[in-house]
Design a protein around this ligand. Structure first.
Ligand code: FPP
Length: 244
């Protein structure tokens, strides 16, 4: 993980977070309010995802991670899970959109449980976008922070067993180097809409020094202005990273 979260760019006097994490919550409630099936909320949520990623890019955010499907979300009804997976596939089929925007796409999470077809599309999207450099969008799919840390530790344990490493070599850097986010800087700001105030296993290692922004707006209703408000709030905070 790159240790550069203090190096933030500035935009109209605002301090722009280098890396924003977004928990896209409230799709189900948005649909329920309209007496629609939950999957319609996810469909609107997918549109908001595209809009807010572009808004982040326009404001100079370099990395945005979106929590799209957690390791716990498999507990949902099958038709809802299928609808979310279909949204991922549809998005990846339209490669030209992130090609046009010069956006690099990366996936984090355990892919092994996803369909082969989806895994193939994810890999393809990562490959074709690897040199796109206007911003990096990270999609967390079948992602859980605890699961990610376990996978990192398991990898390190294998190296210790093979005498490639000693137990005393294990430090924060080594754990970070084996996380899915190894090439991505720590999170500066976590945004969670829909009135919930918890992290829900999202980027738990990477957000050790993150600022948090909560709003009651449901994710499908989240607008560019709401992102700007979150960044403004971040900009006004005093971050000391444990110092004084
Ligand atoms: C949480 O809201 C949302 C999810 C579990 C799914 C998020 C997925 C998307 C927004 C689609 C993403 C698509 C692409 C292409 C990236 P919830 O369903 O728990 O809402 P609720 O708390 O109101 O029930």
């Amino acid at each position: 993980m790159i240790k550069n979260s203090k190096k933030l760019s500035s935009n109209d006097g605002l301090i722009i977070p280098k890396h924003i994490g977004v928990i896209m919550d409230g799709n189900g409630r948005w649909a329920k309010k309209r007496l629609l099936p939950r999957k319609f909320g996810h469909r609107e949520g997918a549109k908001t995802f595209k809009k807010i990623a572009l808004a982040g890019k326009a404001m100079g955010v370099e990395f945005m991670t979106f929590y799209a499907f957690s390791t716990e979300n498999w507990k949902r009804p099958k038709d809802e899970v299928d609808a979310i997976m279909k949204l991922f596939e549809d998005y990846l089929d339209d490669v030209s959109s992130f090609e046009k925007e010069n956006i690099r796409l990366i996936f984090i999470g355990d892919r092994s449980a996803l369909s082969e077809n989806l895994q193939k599309k994810m890999k393809h999207a990562e490959e074709i976008s690897k040199d796109f450099d206007s911003m990096t969008v990270i999609l967390a799919v079948n992602y859980g922070g605890q699961s990610e840390i376990c996978r990192s530790v398991r990898e390190i344990a294998r190296k210790v067993k093979n005498n490639e490493l000693q137990a005393d070599d294990i430090d924060e850097r080594l754990i970070e180097e084996n996380l899915d986010t190894k090439e991505i800087p720590p999170v500066d700001l976590i945004i969670r809409p829909s009135g919930e105030m918890r992290l829900s296993n999202f980027l738990i290692w990477q957000s050790a020094y993150a600022e948090y922004y909560f709003t009651d707006i449901l994710w499908p209703d989240f607008k560019e202005k709401d992102l700007a408000d979150a960044i403004k709030s971040f900009s006004e905070r005093s971050r000391r990273f444990g110092g004084v």
